[in-house]
Design a protein around this ligand. Structure first.
Ligand code: SAH
Length: 213
């Protein structure tokens, strides 16, 4: 697993691209500048790893576009030590960004193949989420709730109720909502029954599917 000067240089260029596209959070930019994204992808895609694009990974899934990862991470406003739940572990790249931001991370993946692969891979890079879970993100993770933040990295046809109820008061759920195209939506929990909702434009994700596989 190599991280060459060439990779590091390409990564800095990617950070500049994200800055130009409007990402401002310095901690997020620093995380993206540090994480060897090329190691999260199949070797045939090595040359593409630092373009601002989504790419195929195993099990017909994708590693999210860096801009999308940065955008969602920025919306979460993570502080070191925050408890964060991620739905859709996939390659583990977003998980690594959350770890770099100092979060305690739980992440759920419904594809067993990806779960197993990423569970082995992340510690090799030194990333130690609290736990990766093979399961269905629609139901969240009641045992560890409440969370400071929940991030959904697949397109949700609707907002799963358990995810809202597993937020701390003051916590944020960042979720792309829609069928073919999704609207990035943030729910900010203001009180036990009070949520403020804000929308942030259109994105495209693989679908959030029910049950595990
Ligand atoms: N965060 C990932 C993005 C992967 S794509 C990355 O950076 O690579 C979205 C992932 O969500 C896929 O791996 C898909 O299998 C997973 N997924 C879809 N529906 C799910 C569900 N109900 N629960 C958990 N994971 C789900």
């Amino acid at each position: 697993m190599k991280d060459s000067f060439k990779h590091q240089g390409l990564r800095q260029q990617l950070v500049n691209v994200l800055k130009n596209k409007g990402i401002k959070d310095l901690a997020v930019l620093k995380a993206i500048g540090k994480i060897p994204r090329h190691l999260f992808m199949d070797s045939s895609f090595l040359d593409h790893a630092y373009q601002d694009k989504a790419f195929p990974i195993a099990a017909d899934q994708t590693i999210s576009q860096p801009y999308t990862v940065a955008f969602q991470s920025e919306l979460l406003q993570i502080k070191p030590g925050d408890k964060i739940l991620e739905i859709g572990t996939g390659s583990g790249y977003q998980t690594a960004v959350l770890c770099e931001l100092g979060a305690k991370v739980w992440s759920i993946e419904r594809q067993n193949e990806l779960f197993k692969r990423t569970n082995k891979f992340l510690p090799k890079l030194g990333y130690r989420p609290k736990k990766l879970i093979f399961g269905d993100g629609y139901i969240g993770l009641k045992d560890e709730a409440p969370f400071d933040g929940i991030i959904v990295t697949a397109g949700a046809p609707f907002v799963p109720k358990p995810l809202l109820s597993q937020l701390k008061v003051g916590g944020r759920l960042v979720i792309p909502v829609g069928d073919d195209i999704q609207v990035m939506t943030m729910y900010h929990r203001k009180g036990p029954k009070e949520f403020e909702q804000e929308e942030f434009g259109e994105f495209r994700f693989v679908p959030l599917l029910e049950d595990k596989n």
